[in-house]
Design a protein around this ligand. Structure first.
Ligand code: GCU
Length: 666
């Protein structure tokens, strides 16, 4: 039976490249064979070649590159660069450091696993420098073993408030390093209970060991921090960032933490958000809080990643002036330039919360003097809980390609987070991850494409969603051409299909409160979370124009004018920015109401087609994989039907306007 935990590192026997003599000799340059990362790279290469091609390569270690000391993101990228070339002698991999060699090895193994000809692939010297300095996964794992928004079992880091280190730990490091991840936050941003004690003696030894395992794969260890640690574990009565007692407590604490966990690279902080403590309690700014911690960890070459997900989660639904979408911008923009240079602001891709469609946060392209990191979510919180298939890489490609108009050139989100646009000291991209202790790590086998894809895209933002999906399928499911075509036919349109049967035209939400799976059109309508659709019998949508909350004007021109005008605003976002009558005609030529009906009937129908496509793979893919995905499709169809019928019935009942095509609405 296939070992499903191996995913794309299964290294099954391959047909091509078996006769390639070059593969029997490798030269590594950039770090010597005593480095732990190089040792792991060599072991991986040997294991992969042996099992895919039955080749046992000789490895020669050449020059060691001058160690670049990391003082900014550009240094990180230079250290992780690699080049691969072929000579009569064999294959030559040169890394900016040991990590570069490791990435070079994974490049070669991927080429072989995808059955591409080695001599063709590296005919010309191939040099790759990662697009982003920080390529990070954020685990929302709690120490009791549960995972906030986890859909693939329990945590593999924690059981009963203990840290677990076993076989799986190393496998995990290998898996994520192989797609280019170089940073992991191992605990939930909501730091409570036992997690508050991660910076105490209770956990230091295990954390030090975990950090070493990660370091052997070029992965930096990060933790989420409880902002009010001074109170919760320190016995002080304050967490005021300007209070000398508080500062002095943190100084002593950080000295202890970094001496006990030498590989630790920094912290992620969720402050003043959804009930978490923060500097606002003391009348201080987010910059005051972030800078206080950053100044202290600076001595250890560490960074503070501070989240911008700060909004009023106790809004009165009757209040039409407060706009949650504005909150991140209003809270963080005024202090652009005040954050110290080892602070990075981590910004969710949209202004709300990982909906299936949102505009890009106006902080991206707004902030010009602050280190920035993009946060996306591959845990499918609002996108189907890893039951419904939703390949998110096309969404991420759109976000990365979004032109912010923050400068004459180099103004896309990808440019900003690479560090290029503003020559930022640190920058990058993080994903709330979708893994758990399920046999295949991600629950639905196809959700593995989002883990694989996020890493590949973070490493090389130029890759297309198709290329990435193809690599995933070949390496993880099958390299049979027919299977490949079928699975690509499922993955590639899946996000738009999910969008069609769920909430329409960028409005978002309409989900079951708390769980966030399944339809409930008014689920959040009369609630405190700032997430409203404002539908009545005449129309739907939130007026975020200059006549409404003014959110549209937070963008640089021409984006502001485009979003502010319902005639110019792209259809897919029109209800995010505008309250429109059901009879308003979209660019597509359809009215809003007819769009709602059509997209929902089509979306449900297309979901059925995806499931039918999967059925054709019976007997052509591994039985476990087949059954795993088939069972999820069954649930997806129940979900899609519910969404389709509830949304259509709701809007028919509100508007009284029948479907032009006379289909059944309840
Ligand atoms: C969402 C999610 C929470 C999470 C929060 C965050 O609101 O539902 O579970 O804690 O995002 O990003 O901090």
């Amino acid at each position: 039976m296939k070992d499903h935990a191996k995913l794309w590192l299964a290294y099954t026997p391959k047909k091509n490249n078996r006769e390639c003599a070059l593969l029997s000799k490798f030269s590594f340059a950039g770090a010597d064979g005593t480095d732990s990362i190089v040792k792991n790279a060599a072991a991986e290469l040997k294991c992969g070649l042996k099992s895919m091609l039955d080749i046992e390569p000789e490895i020669v270690y050449g020059d060691t590159a001058a160690q670049i000391k990391i003082s900014n993101g550009k240094d990180m990228q230079a250290r992780e660069e690699y080049s691969i070339s072929l000579s009569g002698e064999g294959v030559f991999i040169e890394g900016g450091s040991a990590a570069g060699i490791l990435y070079g090895v994974f490049d070669i193994l991927r080429t072989i696993a995808c059955e591409k000809n080695i001599e063709e692939a590296y005919k010309a010297k191939k040099t790759v420098r990662p697009s982003n300095p920080l390529r990070m996964l954020n685990h929302w794992d709690n120490m009791d073993g549960s995972i906030e928004r986890g859909y693939s079992g329990e945590s593999f880091f924690y059981v009963n408030n203990e840290i677990v280190i076993d076989e799986r730990t190393k496998d995990y490091a290998r898996l994520i390093a192989s797609v280019g991840i170089n940073a992991v936050v191992i605990n939930n941003v909501n730091v409570k209970d036992a997690a508050s004690y991660m910076i105490t003696d209770r956990y230091f030894d295990k954390l030090a060991l975990l950090g070493e395992i990660f370091a052997g794969y070029g992965i930096g260890l990060y933790m989420s921090l409880n902002y009010a640690s001074t109170i919760e574990i320190g016995g002080l009565d304050s967490a005021d960032p300007l209070d000398e007692k508080v500062i002095s407590w943190w100084k002593t604490k950080m000295a202890e933490v970094f001496s006990r966990i030498p590989t630790l690279k920094g912290f992620l902080v969720k402050a003043d958000s959804e009930g978490r403590p923060g500097p606002f309690t003391y009348g201080r700014t987010q910059a005051d809080g972030a800078n206080m911690l950053a100044d202290i960890v600076k001595d250890y070459n560490a960074i503070i990643i501070w989240r911008c997900f700060v909004y009023n989660c106790r809004q009165d639904w009757r209040d039409r002036k407060t706009d949650r979408a504005r909150a991140g911008y209003d809270n963080f923009m005024p202090m652009d330039g005040d954050y110290h240079d080892n602070v990075i602001l981590q910004i969710k891709n949209g202004p709300m919360d990982f909906q299936i469609r949102e505009p890009v946060s106006p902080l991206l392209g707004g902030l010009k003097k602050t280190n920035q990191m993009l946060e996306v979510q591959i845990a499918q919180e609002y996108t189907g809980h890893q039951i419904d298939v939703c390949y998110l890489i096309p969404d991420f490609k759109e976000i990365l390609g979004f032109k912010t108009y923050c400068s004459e050139s180099n103004d896309t989100v990808a440019d900003i987070i690479s560090g290029d646009t503003f020559n930022s000291r640190f920058s990058g991209i993080a994903a709330v991850t979708n893994t758990g202790n399920d046999f295949n790590w991600t629950g639905n086998y196809l959700a593995g494409a989002n883990l694989f894809g996020f890493g590949r895209l973070a490493f090389d933002t130029e890759l297309s969603a198709e290329q990435i999906a193809e690599e995933f399928v070949r390496m993880t499911i099958s390299d049979d051409e027919e299977v490949l075509a079928t699975v690509l036919g499922i993955l590639l349109p899946s996000r738009e299909i999910y969008e069609r049967y769920t909430s329409p035209l960028g409005i978002g939400w309409m989900v079951q409160p708390a769980t966030h799976y399944g339809c409930s059109v008014d689920g959040y309508e009369y609630d405190r979370w700032g997430t409203y659709h404002r539908a009545d019998h005449l129309g739907i949508g939130v007026d975020r124009t200059d006549k409404g909350t003014g959110y549209a004007l937070l963008y640089n021109e021409p984006n502001a004018s485009v979003y502010n005008d319902p005639e110019k605003c792209p259809d897919e976002l029109v209800l995010f920015f505008h309250h429109l009558p059901y009879t308003h005609v979209l660019h597509s030529g359809k009215t809003v109401i007819q769009h709602i009906y059509d997209s929902h009937f089509e979306g449900y129908d297309e979901a059925k087609q995806l499931a039918a496509k999967w059925e054709t793979l019976k007997g052509k893919v591994d039985e476990d994989i087949f059954e795993n995905v088939r069972e999820r499709f069954e649930r997806q169809l129940v979900n899609a039907r519910e969404w389709c019928d509830q949304v259509n019935s709701y809007f028919y009942r509100k508007s009284g306007i029948p479907d032009e095509k006379g289909r059944e609405i309840y």
